[in-house]
Design a protein around this ligand. Structure first.
Ligand code: ADP
Ligand code: MG
Length: 870
């Protein structure tokens, strides 16, 4: 018996998925695996768990449906938001029947029926319970996103289903022969639901024949309102400036309705939010007619600032789980910072742009539409659009600069608001209610997009990809799509990673547009041309699965750890390419995790226990080994504290914010941005100097990892961590996560000690280590200890050594300008660089190891530690 709040009952009635409840449940009863496809926002994530719950899954008193309903998400923000929502919808308190778990944070009661978690959490659980005995149903959500973990889970579940079937059959046999089976040991068969926002999933699951029986697909009919798509005539590079103008012109001339803007990263989000807030402030107290012209004018946009936002942002990671270090490029030589050629292009196109401001609807020009249609042939997404256009040919409304296409999705005529087209009569000139949304934001800030906004204000959410499918923000009528996303690419041959801002896939573009049609007819303004969109080399059909773009050493180790020896035969939805597999095995051999026959060594088994990259666990275990060999070293516990800190420091992005820049910390409720404007530069300069001075305390000149570890120690010992981070310009959320990981590592060391003598810690318990790490009178390791820690770090990255290049001959003028050390990597022919913000830069040692090579303007080493050969 479920009692939902009345408001929820009402909202549910409007969700397309509600009418499908019976069909979905029947498919689940009759099949082991079911694919469920439906538009983002149709109710998959919030409703399917409730259908199952009401059918008795997840409650222990129904035979065959015993065990929790587990739902995985690729993103933690979605876990938090939807678990909260589902518990509210069921009228239950979060943490009881409905629980969640993400890395370092969990609320799962003993009576949990529905558990939301990240895909990484479920993977970890499989390692300790291959049968997933605690679950009766596993739902993999957002499977179309093809995150690495979800892909692995699909492969794992192929096998787990069979295992569960066999175990179940055995149990039935026992029962029939009247043997005793303890009630708590009784298991059911496992049901699996793969949920996806696109039909692409159906194809790749069927094509690869992952499951014995091709799973049936249930499609939830979209109840999408028509979204008019507007392309620009031309494709411009300065998408931030254009997004800014577009938002203001929508606000100026179009009826109420929220605006969702897609940009590529956090810094762009912050930048645009600030700009928009400022513009909104200015507008108050002015005559409405003048507002738009004023705000849309070119002087509003400080070009240099924009370029900085682009550049810096490109070097930063969006996803926490897979990023390591990132330094801001503004530490680069000033001469290289502003690309003057780009600036020229911008002023050249300046005159065209002015018209684009008007979002008033006039007849469209034929050109872009035609070229757009020409390409429609080749794309299934476009074909759908094409069909739609032919149906609405009589309706011609478009901005002069935008060609437009209405995607009239199947709509529900019974919905009374469907035919109600918003007329541009009730134009609002209220304030903009601007909210940022990105992955690295504190959860409480992320959830603000679901709150009601003050009367008369217009909601503007500036978001990264997070808002593409995982979250449905209510009340969005307009989407401004820059067409860009930031992707981390990885070159298996060189081990070089780079963040690239690139065009999105057509599937993504269509998802983004769809966000505008949730509550009524909407508009999507694409800041690129229809012609560009039609080119498949610019806008591919689908995004590449993550498994193709990442090193897979951790994955191979995990599979070996789970006794899946023939990694080649593992049923990945997209097979690993040979190159990455070879690289992974080579890496694991260097780390002594695999022997020459590719069998797991005792080191490898120990490494598999830690929830981080094999390199990091190798670092930790090597230091433990060295300390054990130095019987009775008095400060062993203190050193172990540093070792765990170094391993977790290297697992996260560099927490040192670009000096003087607090935007990553910025709270949108903070001080009035307008006042900050005047003395901004002076203030920034002063702040930079202060932070630099303060940070000198942390510096351990032989290693970035140890410098961050020292900062982490000071952070953990500080009385007010928030204040501490502000003072030293550190990223609070990263520091918190790092600290949690460090503590978790320590717990694991002592937990595993029990099973493995070789790496068992015998200098006391975890409290002793904590105590020594916190209260060591010498806060920093002594020189010999620094070397010892350095050895451990070096062991983890032994294949990433670089040697300093001393000669100045053959140095290009540009190279000489860069105040960065030039190094020769052991695996690359190209010169790589030591960034001058690295703590090692001052001594610029002859040999270093680096944890990552990140290609921004040059190939920079990150997470550098100096080594002494021999
Ligand atoms: P799907 O998973 O199919 O994309 P969801 O189940 O996430 O759809 O969302 C269904 C509806 O519930 C949407 O209209 C969405 O706006 C609403 N919703 C989802 N999460 C929340 C939340 N945390 N707060 C308020 N409304 C929400
Ligand atoms: Mg969803």
């Amino acid at each position: 018996p479920v009692s939902r709040p009345q408001e929820v009952e009402k909202a549910r009635r409007d969700l397309p998925i509600i009418m499908m409840e019976q069909e979905i449940m029947e498919a689940i009863y009759e099949n082991t695996v079911v694919i469920l496809c439906g538009e983002t926002g149709c109710g998959k994530t919030t409703q399917v768990p409730q259908f199952l719950y009401e059918a008795g899954f997840g409650t222990s008193n129904r035979a065959g449906r015993k065990g929790m309903i587990g739902i995985t998400q690729p993103r933690r923000v979605a876990v938090l938001a939807t678990s909260k929502r589902v518990s509210y919808e069921l009228g239950l308190k979060l943490g009881k029947e409905v629980g969640f778990q993400v890395r370092h944070d969990k609320e799962v009661g003993s009576k949990c029926s529905i558990k939301f978690m990240t895909d990484g959490i479920l993977l970890r659980e499989i390692q300790s319970d291959i049968l997933l005995k605690h679950y009766s149903v596993i739902i993999l959500d957002e499977a179309h996103e093809r995150s690495l973990n979800t892909d692995i889970l699909i492969g794992m579940l192929c096998r787990i289903i069979k295992l569960r079937k066999d175990t179940y059959a055995d149990q039935q046999k026992k029962i029939r022969s009247a043997k005793n089976v303890k009630p708590e040991d009784m298991i059911s068969q496992l049901k699996v639901v793969l949920m996806s926002a696109t039909l692409q999933l159906k194809e790749f699951i069927s094509n690869r024949r992952l499951f014995d029986v091709i799973p049936p697909t249930v499609e939830v009919p979209a109840r999408q309102f028509p979204v008019t798509i507007h392309f620009t005539k031309r494709t411009h590079d300065d998408y931030l400036a254009h997004a800014y103008k577009k938002v203001l012109s929508i606000h100026k001339s179009l009826p109420p309705g929220g605006i969702l803007v897609f940009v590529t990263g956090q810094r762009e989000v912050d930048y645009l939010c600030k700009k928009l807030q400022r513009a909104s402030k200015r507008q108050i107290g002015k005559k409405p007619e003048r507002v738009g012209d004023e705000c849309g004018s070119r002087q509003e946009i400080d070009e240099k600032e924009i370029f900085e936002a682009y550049d810096i942002d490109r070097t930063e990671a969006e996803h926490q789980e897979d990023m390591f270090s990132s330094y801001g490029e503004d530490e680069m030589d000033d001469g290289l910072n502003v690309d003057s050629s780009d600036a020229e292009i911008e002023s050249e196109t300046d005159t065209d742009n002015d018209d684009e401001d008007s979002a008033a609807h006039e007849t469209t020009e034929d050109g872009p539409v035609l070229s757009f249609l020409k390409h429609a042939e080749s794309s299934s997404v476009l074909k759908a659009s094409f069909k739609a256009i032919s149906g609405i040919s009589g309706e011609s409304e478009a901005a002069e600069e935008f060609s437009n296409v209405t995607i009239a999705e199947k709509s529900n005529p019974s919905n009374p608001s469907f035919s109600k087209r918003t007329e541009p009569t009730s134009v609002s000139h209220g304030r903009l209610h601007v909210l940022p949304l990105y992955a690295m934001q504190p959860a409480s800030q992320q959830l603000r997009v679901f709150r009601d906004i003050p009367e008369g204000e217009r909601l503007v959410v500036v978001a990264t990809n997070v808002a593409e499918t995982s979250l449905t923000i209510p009340g969005i009528t307009y989407v401004v799509d820059t067409g860009k996303e930031k992707v981390k690419n990885y070159d298996h041959a060189t081990g070089m990673a780079s963040y690239e801002v690139q065009w999105i896939s057509k599937a993504s573009a269509s998802q983004r547009a769809g966000r505008a049609g949730r509550t009524g007819p909407g508009h999507c303004y694409r800041l690129y041309s229809g012609a560009a969109y039609g080119k498949d080399d610019l806008f591919p059909e689908f995004s590449e699965p993550e498994i193709k773009k990442m090193p897979v050493d951790g994955l191979v180790l995990m599979l070996k750890f789970m006794k899946i020896d023939k990694v080649e035969n593992f049923p990945f939805p997209t097979p690993l390419n040979n190159e990455s597999l070879v690289e992974a095995k080579r890496c694991l051999k260097t780390l002594e995790a695999l022997d020459s026959k590719e069998k797991l060594t005792s080191m490898g088994k120990a490494m598999g226990q830690y929830p981080m990259s094999p390199r990091h666990s190798h670092l930790l275990l090597t230091i433990i080994k060295i300390l054990k060999s130095q019987q009775g070293y008095a400060r062993s516990n203190f050193i172990l504290g540093y070792a765990t800190a170094a391993a977790s420091a290297l697992s996260y992005a560099n927490p040192f914010l670009i000096q003087g820049d607090t935007s990553r910390e910025s709270n949108q409720d903070g001080p009035d941005p307008e006042h900050k404007d005047q003395n901004e530069r002076k203030r920034q300069k002063k702040l930079k100097a202060m932070v630099r001075e303060a940070r000198r305390d942390f510096s351990i000149p032989s290693s970035d990892a140890l410098t961050i570890s020292h900062a982490l120690r000071s952070f953990e010992c500080s009385r007010n961590p928030v204040e501490f981070c502000r003072e030293y310009s550190l990223h609070l959320k990263t520091m918190e996560e790092m600290s949690k990981l460090r503590k978790q590592l320590l717990r694991l060391i002592f937990h595993h000690s029990k099973f493995c003598d070789e790496f068992a810690w015998n200098y006391g318990g975890s409290e002793d280590v904590e105590q020594a790490w916190r209260s060591g009178t010498d806060k920093k390791p002594m020189l010999n200890e620094e070397e010892l820690l350095g050895q451990g770090i070096c062991a983890g990255w032994a294949d990433r050594v670089a040697k300093k290049i001393n000669t100045f001959s053959g140095l290009s003028k540009e190279d000489r300008k860069v105040r960065a050390g030039r190094y020769q990597s052991c695996i690359l022919d190209d010169t790589i660089y030591l960034h001058r913000s690295s703590s090692v830069a001052r001594t610029s040692p002859k040999f270093v190891v680096y944890s990552e090579l990140l290609n921004t303007k040059r190939s920079y080493m990150h997470g550098v530690t100096s080594i002494k050969p021999g």
